[in-house]
Design a protein around this ligand. Structure first.
Ligand SMILES: [Zn+2]
Length: 198
């Protein structure tokens, strides 16, 4: 078994099955679960309403994004030095999770810290960010949280960007195809008439 996770390359967490750490295994499992359900709906369009493909697509894309974020978090730990933007993104994430704010001078202050000290601060802050109770891990972002104007930081930026992407258009197209297959299956059932064995 590998000693680092094949997704995030973490050495901190124990490696579970398939060379994935405990965190990545959970999110990878979610991707695969949604993917398997979508395949099932493709094969059985009449069951579409039970599985709600739109929700499955959304869960799958978010889980993939979380896997990316877990990689980003570990990259900072693998380096000897951390750049100012990476550390500032973590400060913003922590402030956002605490419903707090970040001072306007933060960028300047972080720039003044040596890259090696930033690396140590990054490790200290990452532990706090990782242990904040939240359903979805916070995504890093340089967007400063503002009190009273709460946004979801990296999640807001990512979803705005994703909605304009080709991947999102493809997802909508697949969803429409599944809907069409569902209505076609309904029409087939209706044309058989009541009492027809299904
Ligand atoms: Zn991992």
């Amino acid at each position: 078994m590998a000693d680092t996770c094949r997704n995030c390359r973490s050495r901190r967490r124990s490696i579970k099955t398939r060379d994935l750490c405990s965190k990545c295994l959970y999110w990878q499992g979610r991707v695969e679960d949604c993917s398997a359900k979508l395949e099932f709906v493709r094969a059985h369009p009449e069951d579409l309403r039970k599985y709600r493909p739109q929700l499955l697509f959304s869960r799958m894309r978010k889980a993939r994004r979380v896997l990316e974020e877990l990689r980003w978090r570990e990259e900072g730990l693998h380096a000897d030095k951390v750049d100012a933007q990476r550390l500032e993104a973590l400060v913003c994430a922590l402030a956002r999770d605490c419903r707090s704010a970040v001072a306007a001078s933060t960028s300047t202050l972080v720039e003044k810290v040596s890259p090696k000290s930033r690396r140590q601060m990054y490790e200290v802050l990452l532990t706090i960010v990782e242990n904040c109770p939240s359903r979805w891990p916070n995504l890093h972002s340089l967007e400063r949280p503002i009190k009273g104007a709460y946004r979801y930081g990296g999640w807001s930026e990512w979803s705005e960007e994703y909605c304009r992407s080709q991947a999102f258009s493809d997802e909508c197209k697949m969803n429409r195809e599944l809907e069409r297959a569902y209505y076609a299956s309904r029409e087939r059932d209706d044309s058989r008439g009541p009492g027809h064995p299904t």
